[in-house]
Design a protein around this ligand. Sequence first.
Ligand code: C5P
Length: 199
Amino acid sequence: MQFTVAIDGPAAAGKGTISKAVAQHYGFAHLDTGLLYRAVGMKGGDPAAAARALTQADLARPDLRSLQAGEAASRVATNPDVRAALVAFQRDFAAREGGAVLDGRDIGTVICPAAQVKLFVTASAVTRARRRWLEADDGTSYDAVLEQVRARDARDMGRSDAPLRPADDAVMLDTTDLSIPEAIRAACAAIDAKLPEKG
Ligand code: C5P
């Protein structure tokens, strides 16, 4: 069975947590596509060349979750050649047998426009900054994190190639006032509604 769940949304809205939980619940493979852009950003040199030559070792770097890697990712992600170099890998992943969950910014709009389920996960900028700040715990002030979240939103939504926006047929999921289990339940309900009947 091929079944693709596309989960998009801004930084720290809860995409990663929801994607992992959903993948585990249904036994689907999961790809955090942000890691691809983070790895390109941290590799240095010409970003398009880095995207074309990405290796498993690049994706296993321990510093990919840092705020610095997130910043670097959102800069290289505005480059159309970088985006083009990463399309085939993501589409192959989505087409694998047994189901796949991909989370990112353009999965429902560009990478997998025919995905069976599209979720757009959001939360207020203040809530997301607070989550990022608690998670990072690296001495960066809350105000600086909020500033970064806002700048990243503006860059991700304002770029001309594959800007962050919900697909027309996406289910909107605002996690501002939801607990993690509530958000996961809402995502599963959207998926259950689209899963082929068993048996
Ligand atoms: O999701 P994450 O915070 O890891 O993404 C880092 C950056 O990578 C995002 O801010 C965005 O600019 C870029 N990205 C993207 N398209 C994706 C995934 C991430 O442009 N599918």
